[in-house]
Each structure stands twice: as structure tokens, then as C-alpha cells.
Design a protein around this ligand. Structure first.
Ligand SMILES: Cc1ncc(COP(=O)(O)O)c(C=O)c1O
Length: 472
């Protein structure tokens, strides 16, 4: 007898058929709930209502003794969890640099969740290994980095910064004949660390984790846009020097003057690492590439896919010009761990790791080069539109809009803080607070691909309305 039920074709045993049916039903149910979450997101306030947040108390209970059916667990997550999420995927969330959710990457993450592949070693998953290899090549290519650089996916730009800084530290020492792997750091000659005064907290945290303390860090002044003042950059760096530069200031989007700094540092034997968590992606858009001119001259780079690429959390990426420098710092060996030298476990801090490249592969495959450039350019256009609307409503732009970040003040310090609080309460849109050159400011990050011109107009109108209310 033939059957059209694919499950009956593969299962002859009624018990395993039952288990498969149950599992398939559960996954379909999860996908149905995910679909209605996404479809309903536009009808919800960007930030959850107080009652929804209070209802999360349902989760705060001791772990019970008895099991609960998976379907019930899922229903509970949806009932209490979904209403208290921040709607960062529907175009009006402008907080931090939190990207939205690219449809292809999201769909891929659902499938990859079912695959549950460990991409640490090549033999653990042919599919994950090939997608990882292809995606890291695409990222390096899209960013205009040297084609021979080694890339690796990881949990985010902070981990990518840490990985790049450790590779730099060990390489600088190796060039002096000091083997960190053999002799450790105690007694090693000090490195000179030079950063811009606007270096992101993530880069400073990574330095600390790499064993470099605050008192070792030398800060170079920045200009009004937040980029390093090239004229103030030291010209006496040497072969013990690690320089951290930035592509995309988190407040203004401005990038450091790479062409004026990198060649000299490298000629004198130093290492340049670039933190480009979001700003590095300017290189993928023809009209914005000039913003990061010369960034490819550096030794290592950190970026994120979970920000501007709208790949689901979490996904960062590190690239190192000379693959041997990355592998010297990150390779791990063990008798049972046979893996190609370029396997992810030898290029990052984690050994076992989820196959996160699958989502970046799907995002890039679905957009292609032109779609990627269009996404970057469109969101920057929205940022400029925000600036126009807000300044014509009387707000003060505190720095030029270089990329997708907008920095504005509404009257004095107190009014600006009150407008931000009122906007967050209002629910139309969400933007956060920052301090820029000593002044309170609202920062708007247009990082969600779902944002439309209408979203920008409705959000700017809500900001100006909140200001009116605060003044009135
Ligand atoms: C310039 C820069 N570097 C690093 C980070 C940290 O990125 P992640 O949170 O992915 O570690 C950010 C986050 O906004 C950033 O803007």
C-alpha cells in the first residue's frame, strides 16, 4: 500500500511515528505563534505596557518537581513573554544600535534551530562548515577587507573586539620574541595602547579582558564629530604599539581618519584594530564608502551582523589580516579534536558554538550586493530625514549625520531628558538618552530595515509633540 503521508513513509514503527507527529505538531505550533507575533507587532506599543511587564511575575516561581508538556511550556512563553517584548522589529524602535529581523535570516534561524549543528569543528557538520566558510568570505568581500584575511563569527562586536585585541597582543609580543602561549603575560614588556577619547565601552572592556589596564591606555582627542583629530595622533608609535580605531561612533556615526593614521602606525611596526560594530558596513554601500576610506589598511576588524544587517541575536564577526595571527591566539588542540586549521574553534574563544553563520548567509544571499547597499543607504537616508524634520521643528542637531545615527537636543538639559521620558512613555517610537560632549541628548539609531519614511515622520512628530507637551 502506498501512502502520501511522508511521516508514514519513513516510520514503520507506530511509536516512533507518534513521537515524530508530536514533534512536528509542536514545531508547527511554535512557527504559528511566531508568525502571529510578527504579524501583530505593528499593532503594539513599541515598549510593552506596564501591565504586560508586571505579568512577567508568572515566570518567577520555584522550579516545580513534575514535568510540564512542551506545548504548555510554549503556550506560557507566548502568553506572558510575547506581550512584554520590546518591538524592535517593526520600524519604530531607535534604541541603542539594535537591528530588526531580516525575514530570510529569521526563517533560516528557525530551520537552523532544528538542525542544532555545532560548527566548532569541521567534522561536526558539513552543512554548517560550508555555510560558515562561504558567509565569512562574503562578509570580508562585502566590507572590502583583504581577501586573504581570516574571518570568524562570534557572539558580537565585544567578543570580536576581544578576539582581535588578543590576536594583536600575542602577535606584537611574538614579533619581539616573547611567546605568550609559553610564558604568559607576567613579566612581559608593556605594550603602548593608543585609543581615541571616543572609543566605545566595548573596546575598553575588551582591553581589560585582554589584561590591559586603564592606566596603560593613552587617549587621543577627537573633533566635534567624534572622530580622532589626526593632527593630535602621536607620530612616535613603535613596534610595541596597539592602536584601536573606530568605524562608526555610537552617537554620531563618524569614523576615524584611517588613511591618515594607519599607514604610519603599521610602518613603525605597530598594530591597528578597528571597532566597526555597525559603521564598517558603510563600506558595503557605494555612496557611503568614503566614510570609511582606508579602513582596509588595518590589521584586524570587529563588526556585528546583529546590528545593521538585521540578523537575529547574537552574531558578531572578527577579521584578521594575517590568518596566522588569529590562529596563534585562538587555536586549541586535543587528541580527540581533529579540525581543520580554519575551523571556527581555532579562530575564536568558543570551542562548541551554534552555527550562527547560517543566518548571515541567508541575509546576504537574499539581498545580494545591491540589496545590502540599498539597506545601508536607505537607513542613512531615514536618519537624514529625521534630522531635517526635527531641526525644522526647532530641535538642535548636535553633530552632523554621518551614517544612521542622529543626535539631538530639545531645548535645555531638563527638557531633553523630559522629552526622552515622554517619548518612551508615549509608545509611538523609542529612542534612548546619551551625553554628548557634556550635553544631554537623544540618540536615534535607524538600524531596523523595516523602518519606512512614514515611520520616520510619525516618530519625529511624536518627538516634537512630546517636546510641546513638556514645554506646555
Ligand atoms: C562602536 C561599537 N562597538 C561595540 C559595540 C558593542 O557591540 P555588541 O553589543 O554587539 O558587543 C557597539 C554597540 O553598539 C558599538 O556601537
Amino acid at each position: 500500500m502506498t501512502t502520501t503521508d511522508p511521516l508514514m513513509r519513513v516510520h514503520t514503527n507506530p511509536q516512533s511515528l507518534g513521537r515524530s507527529r508530536e514533534r512536528m505538531g509542536l514545531i508547527t505550533e511554535a512557527a504559528r505563534r511566531a508568525g502571529s507575533y510578527v504579524a501583530g507587532a505593528s499593532h503594539r506599543p513599541v515598549y510593552p505596557a506596564t501591565e504586560a511587564v508586571a505579568a512577567l511575575d508568572a515566570f518567577r516561581r520555584p522550579l516545580q518537581d513534575e514535568p510540564i508538556a512542551a506545548r504548555e511550556v510554549l503556550a506560557e512563553l507566548d502568553a506572558f513573554g510575547s506581550p512584554a517584548t520590546v518591538v524592535s522589529t517593526h520600524g519604530r524602535y531607535f534604541g541603542f544600535v539594535n537591528g530588526g529581523t531580516d525575514p530570510a535570516a529569521h526563517a533560516a534561524s528557525i530551520l537552523a534551530g532544528a538542525w542544532d549543528q555545532n560548527v566548532g569543528g569541521t567534522i561536526m557538520s558539513p552543512t554548517a562548515s560550508v555555510l560558515d566558510e562561504v558567509a565569512r568570505g562574503w562578509v570580508i568581500d562585502a566590507l572590502g577587507l583583504p581577501s586573504t584575511a581570516a574571518g570568524a563569527f562570534n557572539a558580537g562586536a565585544t567578543v570580536a573586539n576581544l578576539t582581535g585585541i588578543i590576536a594583536a597582543r600575542d602577535a606584537l609580543y611574538a614579533r619581539q620574541g616573547w611567546d605568550v602561549g609559553a610564558d604568559g603575560l607576567a613579566g612581559a614588556p608593556a605594550l603602548r595602547i593608543v585609543v581615541g577619547e571616543e572609543a566605545h565601552a566595548s573596546a575598553l572592556k575588551a582591553l581589560r579582558l585582554a589584561g590591559i589596564g586603564e592606566s596603560q591606555i593613552e587617549r587621543v582627542p577627537t573633533d566635534g564629530t567624534g572622530a580622532i583629530d589626526a593632527a593630535a595622533f602621536p607620530t612616535d608609535t613603535d613596534a610595541h604599539t596597539l592602536v584601536l580605531l573606530q568605524a562608526g561612533n555610537v552617537n554620531t556615526g563618524a569614523s576615524d581618519p584611517f588613511t591618515q593614521i594607519i599607514p604610519g602606525v603599521r610602518e613603525r611596526g605597530g598594530w591597528v584594530h578597528v571597532d566597526g560594530a555597525f559603521g564598517l558596513w558603510a563600506a558595503a554601500a557605494p555612496s557611503l564608502r568614503a566614510q570609511v576610506r582606508g579602513v582596509e589598511l588595518a590589521d584586524s576588524w570587529a563588526t556585528d551582523a546583529h546590528k545593521w544587517l538585521n540578523v537575529p541575536y547574537d552574531c558578531g564577526f572578527v577579521a584578521v589580516r594575517d590568518p596566522r595571527d588569529l590562529e596563534r591566539a585562538m587555536a586549541g588542540t586535543g587528541a580527540y579534536l581533529s579540525a581543520a586549521h580554519d575551523a571556527p574553534m581555532h579562530r575564536g574563544i568558543q570551542m562548541s558554538q551554534r552555527a550562527r553563520a547560517v543566518e548571515t548567509w541567508a541575509m546576504l544571499a537574499s539581498h545580494g550586493r545591491t540589496g545590502l547597499a540599498e539597506l545601508i543607504e536607505r537607513t542613512c537616508g531615514h536618519a537624514r530625514h529625521f534630522a531635517e524634520l526635527l531641526t525644522s521643528g526647532g530641535a538642535e542637531l548636535l553633530a552632523p549625520v554621518a551614517l544612521n545615527q542622529v543626535l539631538v537636543a530639545f531645548g535645555d538639559e531638563a527638557q531633553t531628558a523630559a522629552v526622552i521620558a515622554a517619548l518612551q512613555e508615549d509608545g509611538t517610537a523609542w529612542a534612548g538618552a546619551t551625553v554628548w560632549k557634556g550635553r544631554a541628548a537623544m540618540r536615534i539609531s535607524v538600524s531596523d530595515a523595516a523602518t519606512t519614511r512614514d515611520d520616520v515622520q510619525a516618530s519625529a512628530a511624536a518627538m516634537l509633540r512630546c517636546w510641546q507637551m513638556v514645554r506646555g
